[in-house]
Design a protein around this ligand. Sequence first.
Ligand code: ARG
Length: 704
Amino acid sequence: MTDSIRFLMCAPNHYDVDYVINPWMEGNVHKSSRDRAVEQWEKLYHVLKDKAIVDLVAPQKGWPDMVFTANAGLVFGNIFVLSRFYHKERQGEEPYFKEWFEKQGYTVYELPKDLPFEGAGDALLDREGRWLWAGYGFRSELDSHPYLAKWLNIEVISLRLSDERFYHLDTCFCPLTGGYLLYYPPAFDSYSNKVIEMRVAPEKLIAIEESDAINFACNAVNIDKIVVMNKVSDRLKTRLAKVGFEVIETPLTEFLKAGGAAKCLTLRVTEPVQADRRENVMVESRTIRMEGHLLDSGLISRALDLIVENGGSFQVLNFNLGEQRQSTSSADVKVSAPSHEIMEEIISLLIDLGAVPPPQEICDANLEPVIQDGVGPDDFYVSTIYPTEVRVNCQWVKVENQRMDGAIAITETPEGIKAKCKILRDLKVGEKVVVDVVGIRTIRKAESREQRNSQEFSFMSGSVSSERRVELVVEQVAWELRQIRDRGGKVVVTAGPVVIHTGGSEHLTHLIREGYVQVLLGGNAIAVHDMEQSTMGTSLGVDMKRGVAVRGGHRHHLKLINSIRRYGSIAKAVEAGFITSGVMYECIKNKIPFSLAGSIRDDGPLPDTQMDLIKAQEEYAELLRGADMILMLSSMLHSIGVGNMTPAGVKMVCVDINPAVVTKLSDRGSIESIGVVTDVGLFLSLLVNQLDKLTSRYNVAQTV
Ligand code: ARG
């Protein structure tokens, strides 16, 4: 018997599954057998008593989960940090555990109210006592970790749990003697997995499979080289034996019904304390302020979801709710993140939602010089599509040339400080670039309840749109096109060759002729297929009228390319009367500027195709300037390229038969994007129809 090791247990006199607070309890309410539970518990008790001292705390009626003493709190030397249970169903256990530890002479620490922490269920010491692994995500709050670091004077490593079934750290993670670690990696987010792999040498990592994990193999009691658990597969048993561990299986199926097993039923009250420890915790906190129609527009829930989804946690410090429909609300939110890196990620996403620091914390942006042309500093702030301002010399400066995926370059000119979005390759030595995420804000148009609803209406990439929904979007887009044309605005079309294959050509030419299109962006292919169709009636060798392949048709497009090359350009081919109809013809005739960006797979290319991609990107960017609306027609690459260059506020309509493309474009998160999953030929024909309807209605109105 190892005298120095002691455990605390609590007999299952009042154990039952009385409520559901984890997925294991679901369907098991009052389904466990008390007799069998007692029998299983006693077996575990004797196994442990054989190897260590086992103390008992008296079970209490009405607190069925008190058997799970691991959740009483966290013991370290003479310190006991009392749990604050997340669920009220277990909060009543707290005073009993507190009393027991006080009586035993421990110094009891208590966390602030409303800061959940579930003890050794979520906090496991490295078996060498070097640091504390602490879980969060379901039952314990990240903000409890700095307290643990301070009180225990220890390094705390925060791990985020991400699978509900493994809601406590000890259900999927078990540090073993000698620095080994038994764990189930999919229960953690990827950042936490990285952290684990950085701390534990690969030969000491024992990752288990799901089948063992759901038998609670990680919920094991480790005493020296012995590991006690509910059930183990032969594979895992052999694996553990190889590194010197002996597994003792003892069935605990009655307790699995409540979501616990061996480790949960025990609390080790003698934990190794190493002398040369240091307090350290990676958790960072920051306060941000949000203002606007926070509730009506759903902005606050989006912000809070975003914090949690990205591995942080929050506390709403104040919420001033605007009382009238038109009045805005404001909220101060304390954001915590498990590391600096994640904090920066979360804050930059919150900035996109319009978050600002509270007034007392506003400071200048951090700038770093460019020391090599075309290369930014490591930590450069990545620009977004939202109108942005940066704080330089205590003043907010508006960023020009807003686009996503750039850096913000600051230059001092005689007229003052200038801030500009630049792509990396355009950065120049001597410029300064914004780094980190302080002193940056985005100006969001106040979103209201109405806008949120219309957003739900208009954005339909989530699922394949029904026909009626397509019609509704077409009506909306037709109306906008009409408005833009009539006020002399600018509509840019990016189109892929599918537009031609699906018979959209006649509709697109109609749109160009009627003045609805001011710029055309595409690649080599759309122009080739369009002119192949207008000269030979086929598109990639397929007869567009009959829908069948024409003998020798596969050569058509090369012949077409050859002819255009002979003329020297599309414009010259039109001039010479070789091209007499189609999309490219209309562009030339109507003086619609176009840019064809080349790619590796291009045949030819056409003389007009820009094969220097950097130049092509510049041409695109130039032609896009000042656009009011962009119609993206079945061209993933060109559309994504265009999306990156376009600031928020420009309406984007993305039409593609592939929902993934539509989703990708909408991921920009701009409320002005409309995604339509449908056949592009069909979409164009509906659009032309709708525009014609508007025109005839307009004409009627004029004559009356
Ligand atoms: N029913 C209990 C709960 O959901 C089970 C606790 C298991 N304990 C543990 N340390 N994992 O809280």
